[in-house]
Ligand binder design. Structure first.
Ligand SMILES: Nc1ncnc2c1ncn2[C@@H]1O[C@H](COP(=O)(O)OP(=O)(O)OP(=O)(O)O)[C@@H](O)[C@H]1O
Ligand SMILES: [Mg+2]
Length: 710
């Protein structure tokens, strides 16, 4: 399909992508130039929705001279799109920026960029900081807009409503998976709607049972030699069929981190034997980097690295970010043949898997084991058969019985996808957004609240705001009691403290607990601060405590009562998470006392990736605590908080803070230097290279000398 005459934007996009033509879903949008308007696109996975964003962005930047913001659910996804756009369109002198970090900044430099990629939360924080350039946005792309129906949904709703108020000429492009109520979303945004069931690469979805894959109206026998005496059951059969018979890659979606690891383990020997010497060679580079991601490898690093040598990997939040990227890269380059991942890999990413395997449709939820939604199932199966890599794809669910197989086909493969529902009414999130709305003067009395919330998807969906405004009235009162709002119920504004809490992107309850703790008359030990941070809502989920461990922890918590920022006698009755919070503080304490990652894994059952993501959160919380201490004039906390923040960052005792400031020196090297009597940066400068090489090794020593300017 080619269109004549082809206007510039369309031509640029076609040629930058090296596509021959637009697909039917895209063609409709191109022929009617719908990308120049507000638009919602609801279409299957891999149908090429990103191209619509490219068209709309170029139109906005080149034709309208207006800024674009592209927002998505994950940092990784934002970064993937950013790299991709940059590669395709930088030659047009379009300036692209990626902004996913620091939540306490208006990122003023972004004023110089045309197209900014960001997560939902970062964008919301930019609004909180009144970034002046937001007024110039012509287009807001909301990728995966069906995420409205998730924990992060309220952030999307509030941010979109805010931006529509800030920039009067804003167009919104919502990209959504197939959902039944896309019309509702498009009406909310006063947008055009394009719905399509086109998928460029046919995706066969089936259930596997008794040596056969059952699709709707078709069956596929898994050849006898691939079935039967495999020992490891259906997983190995399908993997064999994929990587040996078809020479394709496979992606397994496990429902827990543990089962992702055990699936990878069970496949390793078999997959390893299928690799050629050349393939094994090319994997050693990846496995080596994975092994050495930390200064001292943990058991997990070793396990993953030895699996990768065999062409298999697990992928979950317990891995370090660096390791995750390495696994993804090796998978994309067809070096790793099978990846066993948790569903974090399911949203929006292009994976090279011809076959997606879903062993179970159950997942742990708030009510124990729950069936996943059809929408989540479609997101996972949709990672198979991506146009960049394959001309067909299949997704296979394991059925336990004949009737189970029918159930899978009826309720998932052909099941009705759930509509997207607003979650704005959920309290903790609503409270947080209310404060930010007041801090930015979007709301200041009942009328303004009504007017603001009438612009949300919630209002569109429920038709009235009675229930919501009932809740907001109570929450406004709470925020007043906590000192974040002042004035009366009918006319309020944020206090100075409230404005700062909003900017810091803190949950008001956490901020209140922090301020309260800092003002208290406790013994401000290091542990006091660690508990203050680990007990916040941001740190959730806390370390789980086994029944066996409880008595010991009760004893410990009572003996350390004086260091806690809480009234233990009271909290014992009111806070069912008391022990997990305390246990989390103990974990942080062990970390800053230089317990190696491997020991933390054994003692606290915390994997390096989880630990480091918690440490990132702590860094932000400690920064926020410092800022709040400044605001309430609690100078006595300045030094201790700064110190504990440095120690958390590196996992070190106080004496190593100085050494760790040097690039290339982490907790292990710093301790080694200390033991060799090199105890400060000035001493480090005095040591000659030879001696340093004896302590740290040749290359490392050279790098470090370079880092200190020698
Ligand atoms: N017209 C086209 N011709 C050829 N390939 C295309 C065309 N449009 C898109 N593609 C390719 O299809 C792949 C999938 O596109 P994209 O990631 O945009 O899908 P998506 O609809 O966003 O999927 P998801 O819902 O999973 O995020 C990309 O590799 C893209 O380059
Ligand atoms: Mg996409």
């Amino acid at each position: 399909m080619q269109f004549e005459p082809v206007p510039e934007t369309e031509k640029i996009v076609l040629s930058a992508n090296k596509f021959e033509n637009f697909n039917p879903m895209q063609a409709k949008i191109v022929s009617e130039r719908l990308f120049s308007k507000s638009l919602v696109v609801s279409s299957p996975t891999a149908s090429g929705k990103t191209v619509i964003a490219e068209l709309a962005a170029l139109y906005s930047i080149l034709e309208k001279k207006q800024k674009v913001v592209y927002t998505c659910p994950l940092r990784a996804l934002a970064s993937e799109h950013f790299e991709d756009f940059k590669k395709k369109y930088s030659h047009l002198r379009i300036r692209f920026a990626l902004s996913t970090g620091d939540l306490d900044s208006s990122s003023a430099y972004l004023a110089n960029y045309d197209c900014i990629f960001t997560t939902y939360e970062k964008l919301n924080s930019l609004v909180r900081h009144n970034a002046p350039w937001l007024q110039g946005i012509g287009l807001l792309v909301v990728d995966e807009i069906h995420e409205i129906d998730s924990d992060r949904g309220p952030t999307i709703e509030v941010t979109v409503a805010e931006l529509r108020q800030i920039s009067t000429f804003l167009r919104v492009l919502g990209l959504s998976a197939t959902i039944p109520n896309a019309k509702e979303i498009s009406e909310w945004l006063s947008a055009e709607l394009v719905e399509s069931d086109y998928r460029p690469v046919p995706l066969k979805e089936g259930a596997f049972f008794g040596g056969k894959i059952f699709y709707s109206g078709a069956e596929e026998n898994i050849p006898e030699e691939n079935f039967g005496n495999t020992g490891s059951g259906p997983l190995l059969s399908i993997v064999k069929d994929s990587i040996v018979s078809r020479k394709k890659q496979a992606l397994v979606f496990a429902n827990t981190r543990k089962s992702a690891e055990s699936a990878a383990n069970s496949l390793a020997n078999f997959v390893g034997k299928t690799l050629s010497e050349k393939e094994k060679d090319s994997l050693s580079n990846f496995s080596g980097k994975i092994l050495n991601a930390l200064e001292i490898p943990t058991e997990q690093c070793r396990k993953l690295s030895s699996l990768v040598e065999k062409g298999v990997a697990f992928h979950h939040a317990g891995l370090l970010q660096k390791q995750r990227s390495l696994v993804e890269a090796a998978f994309r380059e067809n070096k790793i043949k099978v990846v066993c991942a948790t569903p974090t890999l399911a949203a929006g990413v292009n994976t090279p898997s011809h076959t997606v395997i879903i062993p179970s449709l159950f997942r742990y939820g708030s009510a124990g084991m729950e069936r996943i939604s059809v929408r989540d199932y479609k997101q996972m199966s949709g990672r198979a058969g991506r146009p960049k890599f394959d001309s067909e794809g299949r997704s296979i669910v394991f059925a336990r019985s004949d009737s189970d197989k029918d159930d899978v086909l009826e309720n998932f493969v052909n099941g009705e996808i759930e509509p997207v529902n607003s979650r704005l009414g959920i309290e903790p999130v609503l409270r947080m957004h209310l404060l930010s709305l007041a801090a930015n003067s979007f709301i200041f009395d009942l009328k303004s609240m009504e007017s603001f919330f009438s612009k949300t998807f919630y209002a569109k969906q429920f038709g009235n705001l009675h229930a919501l405004l009932g809740k907001t009235t109570v929450l406004i009162e709470q925020l007043r009691e906590m000192g974040f709002l002042e004035g009366s119920e009918s006319e309020f504004r944020a206090t100075k403290l409230g404005v700062r809490v909003s900017e810091l992107y803190l949950d008001p309850m956490s901020a209140f607990a922090i301020v309260h703790g800092l003002k208290s008359k406790r013994r401000f030990s290091d542990f006091f601060y660690l508990y203050l941070l680990s007990s916040t809502y941001e740190f959730f989920p806390w370390q789980s405590v086994s029944r066996k461990k409880e008595p010991e922890l009760w004893e410990q918590i009572s003996s350390r009562e004086g260091e806690l920022p809480i009234d233990l006698a009271r909290e014992q009755f009111f806070d069912s998470s008391l022990l997990p919070k305390f246990y989390s503080a103990l974990l942080l304490e062990a970390w800053v006392n230089e317990k190696p990652e491997q020991l933390l894994l054994e003692e606290f059952n915390v994997q390096p990736g989880i630990l480091h993501s918690k440490l990132n959160i702590c860094d932000w919380l400690a920064y926020s605590a410092f800022e709040l201490a400044k605001l309430i004039g609690a100078e006595n906390h300045f030094v201790p908080i700064s110190k504990i923040r440095r120690r958390l960052k590196h996992g070190i005792k106080e004496e190593l803070i100085g050494l760790c400031e040097v690039r290339g020196i982490g907790r292990v090297r710093a301790r080694r230097l200390w033991r060799s009597n090199v105890r400060s940066v000035s001493e480090l400068k005095k040591v000659d290279l030879k001696d340093l090489q004896r302590i740290l090794g040749e290359k490392v020593a050279e790098k470090i000398k370079e880092a200190i300017g020698q």
